[in-house]
Design a binder for this molecule. Structure first.
Ligand SMILES: NC(=O)c1ccc[n+]([C@@H]2O[C@H](COP(=O)([O-])OP(=O)(O)OC[C@H]3O[C@@H](n4cnc5c(N)ncnc54)[C@H](OP(=O)(O)O)[C@@H]3O)[C@@H](O)[C@H]2O)c1
Length: 328
């Protein structure tokens, strides 16, 4: 399978590293605008550099375009790849707005190509296994779940701080949790959100808090932060039979505590060492080869955007936002 990677920043280079681990894959080109940077990366990965996707599509044979650019540009590249009849892998969030995501899905459908979105949390064992345990009834009927995700404020890459380019904290960071929640508990029916932003004297901090009611009655609290000193992610999933907890920074990150026993079942850290990106890419290639159905569909990715849009609306109006069936 011949892959072209558009964007060679943090995620683009992570993808380039991971593609090397996937069998029967050849990266045939990389795209970015800065000629010096693209040259350095092309040499590092021994691939051909291009300063536009158009140039790449005209010059090399490619099966899949892998989009790893700032979110505001996803629509343009996904549609361009689809029109050239190339399958598309796109980093999350799929688009800046639900309208644009709908157009991108349409473009891929019309051109009969797949659109696979990197909602990587679905490939992290600690999140995939927790979902499986919830579905298998390990915690009984889910009641209240709490998830947090925090990173330092994304300085150095200015587009993150610009809501017109990244969609802000709710879309950029929150789409991870929103997607996992709908995958695990079903559609979101109601969203209430608060947002605090501090931007003064070179100190930028951002914090968001979202309460979601799920179709199955579960209540979810999601805390998002661009104000941490290091990466952190946690969850507590409580049901009437027990609770599963996870803390990325703990020595033993995942544990299942059942009401019927005092013993906590702990998942060894070694389980976390399977690389989620490699699993995700192998799955995407199976989907393209017709050997698997997507674990995450483009419509799932659209729904995550709709939840983020509801959170933005609620934080601006101070009112809850009701989402009809399917999050729409
Ligand atoms: N799955 C995850 O956990 C995860 C984590 C972080 C980020 N992401 C997502 O991944 C995407 C990329 O984020 P990042 O952190 O990698 O950004 P980044 O480090 O700023 O890299 C962006 C890259 O895109 C290139 N680029 C920008 N505009 C372009 C254009 N018009 N044409 C061609 N290339 C262009 C930039 O190079 P030039 O400026 O030289 O063109 C740069 O190489 C975002 O959508 C982000 O939300 C996902």
């Amino acid at each position: 399978m011949k892959i072209a990677v558009v964007g060679i920043g943090k995620l683009g280079q992570r993808h380039l590293d991971k593609w090397k681990e996937v069998a029967d894959v050849e990266v045939v080109g990389v795209v970015a605008r800065n000629k010096d940077k693209i040259q350095v990366v092309a040499e590092k990965y021994n691939v051909q550099p291009f300063t536009s996707l158009e140039e790449l599509l005209n010059q090399v044979d490619v099966d899949v375009v892998d989009v790893c650019t700032p979110t505001v540009t996803h629509g343009e590249f996904v549609k361009q790849a689809a029109q050239a009849k190339k399958h598309v892998i796109c980093e999350k969030p799929l688009a800046l707005t639900s309208n644009e995501a709908t157009e991108m899905i349409q473009a891929c459908e019309e051109n009969d190509v797949q659109l696979l979105v990197g909602h990587t949390l679905r490939f992290f064992p600690e999140y995939a296994n927790a979902r499986e345990q919830v579905k298998n009834g390990a915690i009984g009927k889910p009641g209240v779940v709490r998830l947090t995700r925090g990173v330092p404020f994304p300085t150095g890459r200015e587009w993150y701080a610009d809501e017109e380019q990244s969609g802000g904290l709710f879309l950029d960071l929150g789409s991870h949790e929103f997607d996992w929640l709908q995958w695990t508990f079903g559609d979101v029916t109601r969203v209430m959100a608060k947002h605090v932003k501090r931007d003064h004297q070179d100190e930028q901090l951002e914090y968001g808090f979202v309460t979601l009611r799920m179709a199955d009655g579960t209540i979810a609290y999601v805390e998002l932060s661009w104000a941490e000193t290091k990466f952190q992610a946690t969850y507590e999933l409580a049901g009437d039979k027990g609770m599963i907890t996870y803390d990325h920074n703990a020595t033993i990150p995942v544990s299942l505590n059942l009401r019927s026993s005092d013993q906590a079942v702990q998942m060894p850290k070694s389980l976390m060492h399977k690389d989620p990106y490699q699993r995700q890419f192998e799955h995407f290639l199976d989907c393209i080869a017709g050997k698997a159905e997507p674990i995450v569909t483009a419509t799932d990715a659209l729904k995550a955007i709709e939840i983020a849009e509801a959170a933005v609306q609620s934080s601006e109006t101070g009112q809850p936002v009701t989402l009809a069936e399917g999050g729409r």
